[in-house]
Design a binder for this molecule. Structure first.
Ligand SMILES: Nc1ncnc2c1ncn2[C@@H]1O[C@H](COP(=O)(O)OP(=O)(O)OP(=O)(O)O)[C@@H](O)[C@H]1O
Length: 596
């Protein structure tokens, strides 16, 4: 509950004046409702409309005297006009207050979700790869919606509680004994129904887990849709999805069970209470008729409100787990924030001398024995092309992630032009062009995909980048040219075309360093040749780093770094490494030649 109140405090802090005005309006609405509805009967009595009943004492007599002192003689039309007037005022205020309330809540939702999204966006790479993407989507969409509904119900609860409190005060003025009786019953009821609240909390926790499971099932299905279809295992996937949905159905039915249980108790409890209440009012307290009418009307309104408070409490408890899930994700992301030494306006860095790795070691998890990259020392002089080779799992991608500053060395340091990479991390990232093995394309046009990385690029610059990436002719041949939509993640392009479009996008940024994670099997020899040509045409103009899966593509690299189990075992150019028949590189080259 403490965490929940923390969120409410934030909501207040975001727009305190609006929040206070909102609270004030709630009080006014409470007063108007009490006056509008509760006073209509006494006013009818004062006006002498209800025959045989006199305004003899108490509040009604006071109203009578007050109106007489003002010289107002109440007649039936005047009383009804007054009533309608109060309701008009109340409805207008109610609408205004609801809009204000919605505005406050929605601003907070925007604030909270953007803050969470920012925390996720700036979390470091290591944390993000350790987290299932579906969990993040679930929190940012479903759990945030639940948080919002909790806040909404809480504000409604405050409003209902304020109005109830005012009615209790009025009721107390009219008939203290009987009001105390109603209140005591309400408190007994709230205590007796505490079990329902706890149950709602448990169901809410279960729902958080189920939401997470649902997103996971859905995301995994969409990610693996090609494999699923090719294996023909759609039915198993459908069964899996259905299983999660059935569990959600049961969860929702369980929640409905406790909500309807409450409604049932409400009806039975009301009947019992009204009987007891009537008995006490008539037989014990011997109320006079007007007090009796007022107190009956008040009790009839207080009682449902107490029950709606109970129902709101249940709802809030059922969404409390969502607050925990949201807070946990935010805290974890904040703990894993990347620290940029420079401000957001940092500009691109022009590499002058080159990059140096000095005794760099890295491991993914402390508990895992050994490093994935160990004692790596080498240089990437400006304008040269360096290739990393090694068998699968040797540490090539990890090395490149360290170079991009996505991972931080556990030992050793990385220097860019002699300065620690961390000191210029933001500028460094802006100077990098990266082409991953499985390139990411937006489901948009080729033009949009290019502009995504470089919004200020002109058409001319785009064509120039496409030419450098050996994909100009292909784009020209498309009926819509740059306006061609590439499909979800570029599905309408071949693997090689995708890689070359992404290469063009990287080049458009005019990077100081171009990093290419070569596609393994997705390229045919024609496409492979095109990429190779593209890289060769860039050699000398840029500092290039290639993760090479095919030795044939790196014959012209200035430096080849051979990795094995995270260690650099050989460094040299193609010829020098091939001259040694016993080198690991020689063996890898032969393997690569014979690979299908
Ligand atoms: N996020 C991660 N968490 C834990 N271990 C990881 C993670 N990423 C990679 N590893 C491990 O680190 C080692 C090196 O992986 P890396 O991806 O750098 O190899 P690679 O040479 O690029 O392999 P490949 O050629 O198959 O892509 C492997 O043993 C791998 O299991």
């Amino acid at each position: 509950m403490g965490m929940f109140l923390g969120y409410i405090k934030e909501l207040y802090a975001l727009s305190p004046i609006k929040f206070l005005v909102n609270g004030l309006l709630m009080v006014m609405l409470g007063v108007l409702e009490s006056v509008g509805i509760l006073m209509v009967i006494p006013l009818l009595i004062v006006a002498g409309v209800i025959p045989g009943v006199e305004a003899a004492s108490g509040l009604i007599a006071w109203i009578d005297n007050f109106l007489r002192a003002l010289g107002v003689i109440l007649t039936l039309p005047l009383v009804l006009l007054l009533y309608v007037g109060i309701i008009v005022g109340q409805s207008w205020l109610q609408r205004y207050q609801t809009l204000l309330n919605t505005g406050i809540q929605q601003s907070y939702v925007v604030h909270l979700s953007t803050r969470l999204f920012r925390a996720v966006a700036y979390a470091d790479w290591q944390y993000l790869v350790s987290k299932a993407k579906s969990d993040i989507s679930n929190v940012l969409i479903t759990e945030l919606l639940r948080v919002h509904s909790g806040i909404q119900v809480f504000l409604q609860m405050i409003s209902a509680a304020t109005i109830t409190l005012l009615q209790v005060v009025v009721a107390f003025l009219v008939a203290p004994g009987l009001t105390s009786l109603v209140l005591a019953s309400a408190i007994v009821l709230l205590v007796a129904l505490r079990g329902f609240v706890k149950k709602a909390r448990r169901i809410g926790e279960e729902l958080s887990d189920l939401n997470q499971g649902l997103y996971f099932t859905l995301t995994e299905h969409l990610n693996g849709i090609k494999e699923i279809k090719s294996y023909g295992i759609e039915e198993a996937q459908v069964a899996n999805y259905n299983r999660v949905r059935v569990m959600m159905k049961n969860n929702i039915i369980n929640f409905a069970r406790i909500q309807t249980g409450l409604t049932m108790l409400n009806k039975v409890g009301s009947a019992v209470l009204i009987s007891v209440f009537l008995f006490f009012a008539i037989a014990i307290f011997k109320l006079n008729p007007q007090e009796f009418i007022v107190i009956t009307v008040i009790a009839a309104r207080i009682w449902p409100r107490v029950l709606s408070l109970q129902s709101s409490l249940q709802h809030i408890n059922s969404v409390l787990p969502a607050f925990h899930v949201v807070k946990n994700l935010e805290n974890q992301c904040l703990a894993a924030q990347e620290n940029f030494a420079e401000d957001g306006a940092a500009t691109k860095l022009q590499l002058r001398r080159g990059v140096e790795f000095r005794h760099v070691s890295f491991g993914y998890a402390e508990e895992r024995a050994g490093f994935v990259v160990e004692e790596a020392s080498f240089e990437l002089p400006v304008g040269t092309t360096t290739a990393f080779v090694g068998s699968s799992g040797a540490g090539k991608s990890t090395m490149v992630d360290l170079l991009m500053g996505l991972l931080k060395p556990v030992k050793g340091e990385i220097l860019v032009d002699g300065e620690p990479l961390d000191d210029n991390l933001r500028s460094w990232r802006r100077s990098i062009g990266y082409v991953p093995q499985e390139p990411f394309l937006l489901n948009a046009t080729i033009r949009d995909n290019l502009l995504w990385a470089c919004p200020e690029a002109t058409e001319e610059q785009m064509w120039e980048a496409l030419r450098l990436a050996s994909v100009e002719a292909f784009v020209q041949s498309l009926p819509d040219g740059l306006g061609t939509v590439v499909g979800d993640r570029g599905v309408r392009l071949s693997g090689g075309e995708r890689q070359r479009v992404v290469l063009a996008r990287a080049l458009l940024r005019k990077p100081s360093v171009l990093i290419l994670d070569e596609a393994t099997s997705s390229l045919d020899s024609e496409n492979e040749k095109r990429i190779q040509q593209a890289i060769e045409s860039l050699q000398g103009k840029l500092t290039i780093v290639v993760i090479a899966h095919r030795i044939s593509t790196i014959r012209n690299a200035d430096n080849i770094i051979v990795l094995e189990q995270g260690r650099i075992i050989e460094i040299g150019n193609y010829q020098s490494l091939m001259n040694n028949k016993y080198s690991r590189f020689y063996a890898l080259a032969n393997l690569s030649e014979t690979a299908p």
